[in-house]
Design a binder for this molecule. Sequence first.
Ligand code: SF4
Ligand code: SF4
Length: 311
Amino acid sequence: MIKKLEVPNEYKKYISITLCLTSECNYKCWYCYQNAAERKTEVDYKDCIKFVKQVQEKYPEKEILVLLMGGETLFYKDINDVIEELYNMGIKIDVTTNGSKPEKWWVKYGHMINNLTISYHHKEVDEDEFINKCKIITSNLNRHVSIALMLEPKYFDEIYKVARRLVDEVNNLMIMIKPIENSLCFKDFQYFTTEQNEYILKNRKFKSKIRKITPSPFDLSDVVITEQNGNQTTKPLNEVILRKETNFKGMKCYAGIEEFFMNFDGSIYRANCLIDKLGNVSEDLILPNKPIICDREECYCRIDVQMTKEI
Ligand code: SF4
Ligand code: SF4
């Protein structure tokens, strides 16, 4: 029985805020869980900045990490203002994008982003253009870039070929293969064949050429667990999640103190699990002073899991 779960000491100075800026996207992937091409919701960027400032002022001793999400995050109408203002406030910025912004955008704004994940969508992009763009983006960052290749059964061989080309032709990339799952129960969903599944399992790791880079606060990969008897162990976060050791029901959770989450409509919650809505980003919000008792059977999201929980 766990008494406490927390991040290692060097990560305790961070508070993370996830901002879902827009659910729109310029691509039309059939497997999009956001149905991004269809929906339209956008928040006012000035409200988002005001909210981040409020957290920063309440916790001046902490460093704030802001995770910008979409839809296509960089498709958000005021994305340049958001990135510039956060950067000037000394905020660390994490972006997930489909990478479709033009090269000159990356040259101007790329260095302001601390952590970048680019998703590859085979039917939506030109392979050569994507690889060239990756070369430009990595040359403007002092960190590696993660590439998430969305793997479709239909284009299995082609997508692995792109993965290998990225490894061979671009430095400082971390390659991740993301097999598409039928989490939305698509009609006529094509599953991977047995051979394809075996291939995926055998080829999980790609050896990329990553030079020595600045450590990022987003690289958090361990949690420290204290048992009832006082024994303490440090475990990889992934292991805790894969083993489903993530039922914290009844424990005090520091959601709303170490983490905040803003949904597409501007609703602010303590965490990604959407526990305890604090109001809307457009309103004057009162930030919590105390942790909350978890009432969920399972904690799903990496950011949620790594927040402090204690009995
Ligand atoms: S790029 Fe991402 S957000 Fe856009 S349609 Fe595809 S899956 Fe959805
Ligand atoms: S599910 Fe929510 S309330 Fe429960 S531990 Fe995770 S983040 Fe905290």
